[in-house]
Design a protein around this ligand. Sequence first.
Ligand code: SAH
Length: 345
Amino acid sequence: MTDIKSMTLPELRDLLQGLGEPAFRGKQVFSWLSRGVTGFDEMSNLPLFLRERLKETCALSVPKAVRKQASARDGTIKYLWELADGNCIESVLMRYRHGNTVCISSQVGCRMGCAFCASTIAGKVRDLTPGELLDQVIFTQKDSGAPISNIVLMGIGEPMDNLDAVLKFLELVNHPDGLNIGMRHISLSTCGVLPGIRRMAELGLQLTLSVSLHAPDRETRSRLMPVNRAYDVEDLFAACHDYFGKTGRRISFEYAMIDGVNDQDWQADLIARRLRGMPGHVNLIPLNDVAESPFRPSRRTAAFQKRLESHGLTATVRRSLGGDIDAACGQLRRKAEAEKGEDSQ
Ligand code: SAH
């Protein structure tokens, strides 16, 4: 079966022309798919025999919302979607003044192994397809009724460990006949997979690159993030400078504040030194407590922020949404997996 949701407009045109249809059918099908139809019969401007033909040859993915948690405080909704093969992924709808934002997952699980992160504990199961990335946006919008204007690739998984699918997804979601979400409204977060950052630098897309830094020194970063043993933080900073040089886009650095580990003044000073020459933005994240992890939230966030600012850097503290529904970082999927495990015992 052809995975029709993952197809770009030119690919759809080819497919339909191969079935003896005129080229304009491609655009019709593409825009139906982006509207979140759940069956080919909903494509009412297609001739009946074509709908039948598509049913026989193409798989139309429709994720099922198996769980939904809505925050009574701020309207955040967290979705647990079940995919066609039974795997589950999370997406989170957040309502900001600048627009509704959906945070989507890029993989089922994650193999990056960051020591403080809940999403990686059970490893990676598989990559998501471009269609499954797109579905998270389409069906979050459809289910919630909230028009989505921004996307952050900051859910479960490492986008640059699945970059081909992610790039195709960006093409799909950005297309004027599809959801038409502008690149400037999209952020992509990476733990520092250098080949991916270099590839993005060459592509020069207008999206916002977020780098999960979490420590500016080799020792601490390698302790927190195994990826640092493959791609060292010094090379990461160099790649970031190069990215800024090539794209002119300011990078956002994510920094989860961990008590006594990465929250010391000398580390703020080192960040400032390494970012000299480019306009970095450091986003300080209050650490989410993960039961399995030995780390605790820092009590020095304000002091660390001041220290960064004293060097002329922009530093913000991330406002936490959905605190009452433990919206962050893979926790809903883990809960569901754990319950599945209990059921089967
Ligand atoms: N793999 C990508 C994107 C997913 S993680 C990346 O690493 O950037 C999204 C963000 O949440 C990352 O910055 C990640 O480091 C951070 N994060 C993970 N666990 C966290 C926790 N317990 N507390 C705060 N932030 C966390």
